[in-house]
Design a binder for this molecule. Structure first.
Ligand SMILES: Nc1ncnc2c1ncn2[C@@H]1O[C@H](COP(=O)(O)OP(=O)(O)OP(=O)(O)O)[C@@H](O)[C@H]1O
Length: 783
């Protein structure tokens, strides 16, 4: 029944192949999503819409935004490990037993549950232990004897004879006994106690003999290491990725161990796990610092031993992408993180280019060689087998931004279509066991085949029967016997000589072989030393390359950061320039506004000034009229003054009272007035009455520089620019007949028409009174 299934399957493959002989059919990469359980106090940024759709809510400065993502299937945080295994890994395991290849990747942010999904715990086994248990449950009764199928260390397998296999088994037993003697093994730390529920696959071909091979490798800082390599001691040796004769990538010299039980496989896993680079980070106490690949190869030998078929399942636990700002990594951890992120970026780039090529029907070169990770799995992307990916998501709100990137990548990956493997089986030629292996392992002389068969020891000895009755006859018989014996003796002698000759020849040959062997041994020693030296150089160069690559990456990251800073600074400068220009424009506008305002104000002021001038001019005219009047009064008084001169000149004991009336110029004079220059001091224009009454010593105003006139005859008397003060002396009799002398003082102010105006700002008054007050009203008195 199972056989029929398989035939059907292969027929199906054949029909598919014949249908699509021109255009190879392609399958998309199947991407699944698994949500991790969230602590109770944590807020989730992921909402499940359906078993295939989820919504991620991202909050940013701009606001909240929702993104929808669709996957083949989404496992909630309640999904059990077995559920994930059955959905994702079981189909790959079935393919494996049919000789097909499969790649299963776990991808996600650090601490999102990739290792948990792939490895799990003893009570909750993950995909790897479930695969191993299911595989051995299914093939347990159909296993080939150990070492019958052997890795050729060049990515292939060969079949060896029963005797060779037996020898290898004996050697293994011997070595394990020695190992047990020398190495104290703590049996407790081997975790081979993963729960086994006895699940079996249905598609096992009962006619075949199966052999399972395990290899466990890691890519750390973009260098490949073999986690099962015990020859290199504590420090793992870097391995090289090579291409085999069928252009398949493989790790050169990787240790592939044939296992006969699940326990053996788990023991190997634990051995490798101890060597795997794990580290403590802020986000995960047991963080994988490398991408690890647990490789299961199942080789089937047909019963007639004519063909071998091989299938391979690679379980890859990718290291988590991490943002250095969150992990706060420094030193080695930072270098690891940078290498992890770079290799994940390479994976992303390769898948993006593959998708681009498929969408645009282009043939852009996919940069598989950019990273060891992409180089190792190159064949899968080119159609060597099925690819499935589990995207692990920690729905915590802190992981939101990184999850967004992961989900974007996962969504894009689903669009990548991988060509179907042309045949489910990879067929290897059966290597007929060498003749020597069929012979018993006895020691053979090297020249045996060349030696001629040794001749019998002469003629056969005849049977002798003596006749006692006829002695003559006996003599004849004995003679012939002697002859035979003689011949045999001669023959023996010849044989001995031949033997000696051959012995000598053999010795000579042996000596030659020994010499050759010694020479070969020394040559091997020399070559070994050379190889060791080469290896050391190679290792040093690898370290150097890794260092250089890391520094190059750091340098690129720095350059990028600097470019970002420059861009930010440029933006700031642009913004500032814009502000400066804006300010300049505003200032320009303000200037114009101010100029307009000042023009308006100056116009207003001019208007006001004009009005003020007009008012002052009017006032001046009024004053001039008044002065004219005063002048006329003075002139009319002059007559009277002459008449009373006698009387006035007589010494009079009188009380002189000087009343100084000061008029505040501020009240009469406008604030803005152009006075004549006073640099030369005050220069007075003293305008006296024509014949003033003599006053004696009183009321002598202090005027150092003055010009006295009794009559203003011409305008230049006042407009003379050297004069800035004006003083008018006027005398008149009051109602009581007393004489009153007044000094009208003022400033000479130039007018805009080129003339001058006098602004009176001070009046000094001298009144003379008789102490008795009995003076005739006609008598003038001084005041
Ligand atoms: N679905 C789950 N249910 C319960 N516990 C989980 C689940 N997923 C993850 N964990 C727990 O979360 C922790 C981190 O998980 P794990 O080590 O698998 O993360 P990771 O993605 O492999 O991280 P890194 O990339 O740093 O190696 C572990 O203690 C694990 O037990």
């Amino acid at each position: 029944m199972k056989r029929n299934d398989e035939n059907m399957d292969s027929n199906e493959d054949c029909s598919l192949n014949s249908e699509s002989s021109s255009v190879p059919s392609k399958d998309p990469v199947q991407v699944f999503c698994r949500l991790r359980t969230l602590p109770e106090d944590c807020q989730s940024c992921v909402k499940l819409i359906s078993p295939t759709t989820l919504t991620l809510t991202a909050s940013s400065k701009i606001g909240r935004k929702e993104y929808n993502y669709v996957f083949k299937h989404i496992f909630t945080s309640y999904a059990r490990q077995r559920q994930v295994f059955e959905h994702v890994a079981l189909p790959l395991l079935e393919d494996l037993i049919k000789g097909k290849n499969g790649l299963l990747l776990t991808y996600g942010v650090t601490g999102s549950g990739k290792t948990y999904t792939l490895t799990g715990e003893p009570s909750m086994p993950g995909i790897m232990p479930l695969c191993i248990n299911t595989l051995f449950n299914s093939i347990a009764d159909y296993q080939a004897q150990k070492f019958l199928i052997k890795s050729d260390r060049m990515n292939g397998f060969e079949v060896q004879g029963e005797n060779d296999a037996l020898k290898d088994r004996l050697l293994e037993v011997k070595m394990s006994t020695t190992k047990m003697k020398t190495v104290k093994r703590g049996g407790g730390d081997v975790k081979n106690n993963y729960e086994n529920d006895g699940t079996k696959l249905r598609c096992v071909n009962e006619n075949n003999l199966y052999a399972v091979f395990i290899s466990y490798t890691e890519i750390y800082n973009n260098t490949v290491y073999d986690l099962l390599d015990e020859t290199s001691g504590k420090v793992l040796q870097a391995k090289i990725i090579r291409e085999d004769s069928q252009k398949r990538m493989y790790i050169n010299g990787v240790v592939e161990v044939e296992v006969k039980s699940a326990a053996d496989a788990f023991e190997l896993f634990c051995t490798g796990q101890k060597r795997k680079r794990m580290g403590h980070t802020v986000l995960n106490a047991d963080s994988s610092r490398s991408h690890s690949t647990f490789n299961i190869r199942v080789v089937q030998l047909q019963k007639d031993r004519s063909q071998l078929m091989m299938g391979q399942l690679s379980l890859v636990d990718l290291a988590g992408s991490e943002r250095c700002s969150r992990t706060q990594n420094t030193g080695m951890r930072l270098k690891e993180a940078s290498s992890i992120n770079n290799s994940l970026m390479s994976l992303r780039t390769c898948l993006e280019i593959l998708r681009e090529n498929q969408l645009n029907d282009a043939n852009k070169l996919v940069p598989y060689r950019d990273s060891r990770l992409t180089l190792l799995f190159k064949n899968y992307f080119e159609g060597e087998g099925n690819i499935r990916m589990i995207v692990c998501i920690n729905p915590s709100i802190e992981d939101c931004e990184e999850n967004l990137q992961v989900l974007k990548f996962a969504e894009m990956t689903q669009d990548v279509k991988i060509p179907k493997a042309e045949s489910g089986y990879t067929t290897y030629k059966y290597k007929t066991p060498s003749k020597t292996t069929k012979q018993t392992p006895s020691i053979q002389a090297p020249a045996t085949s060349k030696i001629k068969k040794v001749a019998p020891f002469g003629p056969k000895i005849p049977s002798v029967k003596l006749n006692m009755e006829n002695p003559q006859e006996n003599i004849v018989v004995l003679d012939s016997l002697i002859k035979v014996l003689h011949a045999r003796r001669q023959k023996r002698e010849r044989n001995r000589q031949e033997l000696t000759k051959r012995e000598r020849h053999f010795r000579k040959h042996l000596l030659h072989v020994h010499q050759e062997s010694v020479l070969n041994k020394s040559e091997i020693r020399r070559l070994k030393a050379l190889l060791k030296k080469e290896k050391q150089t190679n290792q040093k160069l690898n370290i150097k390359i890794t260092d250089l690559e890391t520094s190059n990456e750091n340098f690129s990251a720095n350059t990028k950061e600097l470019q970002d800073t420059i861009r930010t600074l440029q933006n700031t400068i642009d913004e500032k320039n814009m502000k400066i220009n804006q300010n300049r424009l505003e200032r320009e506008k303000a200037k114009q506004k101010f100029a307009l305002q000042s023009e308006m104000m100056s116009q207003e002021l001019d208007d006001k000034l004009r009005k003020q001038r007009a008012r002052l001019h009017a006032a001046m005219l009024a004053k001039e009229a008044k002065i004219q009047k005063v002048k006329e009064v003075l002139e009319s008084d002059a007559m009277f003054a002459c008449a009373s001169k006698q009387e006035v000149e007589a010494p009079v004991q009188s009380e002189i009272k000087i009343v100084q009336e000061t008029t505040s110029s501020a009240t009469t004079v406008p604030a803005r007035r152009h006075r004549r220059s006073r640099s030369a001091g005050e220069v007075w224009l003293e305008h006296n009455a024509i014949k003033p009454v003599a006053l004696g010593t009183v009321l002598q105003p202090s005027m150092k520089k003055r010009k006295s006139v009794s009559k203003l005859k011409k305008a230049s008397d006042v407009t003379n620019p050297r004069q800035n003060k004006y003083c008018l002396l006027a005398q008149e009799a009051d109602a009581g007949g007393e004489l009153e002398t007044k000094l009208y003082k003022g400033d000479i102010v130039p007018t805009c028409g080129g003339g001058a105006q006098v602004i009176f700002n001070d009046v000094e008054c001298l009144r003379q009174e008789s102490p008795t007050g009995t003076r005739a009203p006609s008598t003038p008195s001084r005041k």
